[in-house]
Write a protein that binds this ligand. Structure first.
Ligand SMILES: [Zn+2]
Length: 83
């Protein structure tokens, strides 16, 4: 499901370049273009949701997993500081 006017759908589709730090079947995690702090990342579901209330529970649950994968790489080196 895509929304032609949605900036995040364009990032997912690669129409807008982004600094991707993690990606799986459901999510893409990118560094924010105007970070509020060092390592500020955005986790984007690949499906378009108008707001957080539209996200089903399974996807929301997987979000946590994707966050951990993105923040804690398996080689043990921390690419991102956690705040
Ligand atoms: Zn969208």
């Amino acid at each position: 499901l895509k929304d032609a006017n949605c900036i995040f759908c364009k990032i997912i589709a690669g129409e807008i370049p982004s600094n991707t730090i993690y990606e799986d079947d459901t999510f893409k995690v990118i560094l924010d273009a105007s970070p509020a702090s060092k390592g500020h990342a955005l986790i984007l579901p690949k499906e378009h949701y108008a707001d957080i209330y539209e996200i089903d529970e399974e996807t929301a649950g997987n979000c946590h997993e994707a966050c951990e994968e993105a923040c804690m790489p398996h080689d043990g080196s921390a690419r991102l500081r956690r705040f």
